[in-house]
Design a protein around this ligand. Structure first.
Ligand code: PEP
Ligand code: MG
Length: 537
């Protein structure tokens, strides 16, 4: 957009917007949360970085408006950072985009969140990508579907959209943007396609499906606070996954029976040094005080792979997902591990959360890793007292590497619970990078190979009489629940908006039918066949 005002006026508009964003970030950084505050401090650093400021100034001097200059400069910086080989800097591109969006919302006088919330009914939203944050502002009342040019289907946005009841298809490429506003289209998320100008018959059949799904959601939400019990009388705990402080806001009304996966990475990233034991206790105390239900499952730091932190110089790895991540990294940095364990033992001794604290160990592939964590715990004062039958501390393992699933019968007697991470289990079983959209269809958690590992893990859990949960994204899809139950899964943990839907799916599940479904799925040859078992025409 060209300027209708002078460069000096546009520059002043930019400075005014920057001041507003600065105030906003100072306010957020001042929230009573020492760990989270660091993220906003990093955003403030970006806001005042010369790369951004000089880029905007130069674009304004070339005759563009403050908004266009901000848009162009932040897009260029995002691109630049994304292309860096250093994972830490590459991951900063998300922060730059966030700061850019904040600036633009002030320059355009309307926030993106508000624009998204005010879309007219029957909208199909076309976009390159959507952040999970953007997605939470959408409403199924107005947005009928989302079609993305980019993004792998495993992205958290996809599952979030599904939880909100909005069908989403992705990886459609830039041809998507040739669609004209007002054109009629159908987003078929089950088959992953966008149908443009469907004939009336097809449209009517899609309309019926939509009405059926809407009715399911309304029923589910009206019962969200009730326990989920299968038709054959088995109570299934439906927990929530928490990835950030913002997610905590969503659990209050979700009906979640507890937190089944607290990904603690967000407490450790965007910092210059790791949080101290006291800072961690403070953060867990706050989370504990907001936790619904009786269980708070805290996963030990799962960094490395695609999740670096600034204060641990990591060796460049050509295959980071196969490198030093999760428990492997923690065992190389015993102080980091001990501090986190100590903070969690301390939480279990406090009264800010009266339920059970579950410690979850990520990326286990060898039994010796479990021995080493247990040995370290043994030396922490208070552990022995709380880790006993009826105590307030439990230890569990993420089963997300095929080796752990294959050794599940050896691992189960050592711990109190299993949680199957199907996002990684599918990636490692199928040897298909979970963030590479070119192989996304290979890494389906419905592949019979993955299902057999899930079944094996459940059998080992049953023998040792410990609960087996699934916390990967597949658990958030209510249509998959009967299969998981039939395989022997006893609990699930899903994004908060999916809790009511999965609870309703539990209520409609019949144990015998679920077991027959699981047997057929285990005998299937392909993920597509399993998909068809779940969604018969
Ligand atoms: C998983 O791997 O399924 C999981 C829940 O962990 P994350 O997605 O954080 O790797
Ligand atoms: Mg994982």
């Amino acid at each position: 957009m060209e300027q209708s005002t002078s460069p000096e006026q546009e520059w002043q508009r930019y400075l005014d917007a920057r001041q507003k964003v600065d105030d906003e970030l100072s306010q957020l950084a001042g929230l009573d949360h020492p760990l989270l505050a660091d993220i906003f401090l990093v955003h403030q650093e970006i806001l005042h970085d010369r790369l951004l400021t000089d880029g905007v100034r130069q674009a304004i001097d070339r005759g563009t408006s403050a908004a266009t200059a901000t848009q162009q400069t932040t897009s260029e910086l995002v691109q630049l950072f994304q292309n860096l080989s250093d994972d830490y800097f590459a991951s900063r591109s998300v922060d730059i985009r966030d700061v850019g969006q904040r600036l633009l919302s002030h320059l355009n006088g309307v926030s993106l969140a508000r624009q998204l919330a005010a879309l007219p009914p029957n909208t199909i939203l076309l976009a390159e990508d959507l952040t999970p944050f953007d997605t939470t502002h959408l409403s199924s009342q107005s947005v009928t579907g989302i079609a993305l040019a980019g993004s792998a289907p495993t992205a958290h946005t996809a599952i979030l959209a599904r939880s909100l009841g909005i069908p989403l298809v992705c990886s459609l490429g830039s041809a998507l943007f040739q669609l004209a506003p007002g054109q009629l289209a159908v987003v078929d998320a089950l088959q992953g396609r966008l149908i443009v100008e469907p004939d009336p018959e097809l449209l009517e059949s899609y309309d019926q499906t939509r009405r059926r799904l809407l009715a399911f959601r309304i029923t589910a939400e009206s019962h969200s606070q009730e326990a989920a019990v299968t038709l054959n009388g088995r109570r299934v705990l439906v927990h929530a996954n928490i990835n950030s402080q913002e997610d905590m806001l969503q659990i209050a009304n979700s009906g979640a029976d507890g937190i089944g996966l607290l990904r603690t990475e967000y407490l450790f990233q965007a910092r210059i040094k790791p949080p101290t034991v006291e800072e961690q206790i403070e953060a867990y105390r706050m989370i504990g005080s907001q936790t619904t239900g009786e269980i708070l499952t805290v996963r030990l730091l799962d960094i490395g792979g695609d999740k670096p932190v600034r204060y641990l110089p990591q060796m460049a790895e050509s295959n980071p997902f196969l490198g030093v991540r999760g428990i492997r990294l923690l065992l190389k940095h015993p102080t980091l591990l001990r501090d986190q364990l100590q903070a969690l033992v301390a939480l279990s001794l406090e009264s800010s959360f009266s339920g059970v604290v579950r410690i979850l160990v990520p990326m286990v592939s060898k039994i010796v890793e479990v021995y080493r964590v247990l040995e370290m715990l043994d030396d922490i004062p208070g552990y022995q007292a709380q880790h006993r039958p009826g105590g307030r501390l439990q230890i569990g393992l993420m089963i997300e590497v095929p080796a752990a699933a294959l050794l599940a019968d050896r691992l189960a007697p050592l711990v109190d619970f299993f949680s199957i991470g199907t996002n990684d289990l599918a990636q490692y079983t199928m040897a298909a990078d979970r963030v590479n959209s070119a192989v996304a269809s290979l890494a389906s958690p419905l592949d019979p190979a993955v299902l057999r590992l899930i079944a094996m893990t459940c059998q080992a859990g049953q023998m040792a009489e410990i609960p087996v949960s699934i916390c990967g994204e597949m658990a958030g899809d209510p249509s998959i629940f009967p299969l998981l139950f039939g395989l022997g899964v006893t609990e699930v943990s899903v994004v908060a908006p999916a809790v009511p839907l999965v609870k309703e799916a539990v209520r409609q599940t019949n144990g015998d039918a679920a077991r027959r479904l699981a047997e057929r799925a285990l005998q299937a040859s392909r993920a597509q066949d399993v998909h068809r078992l779940l969604h018969p025409e």
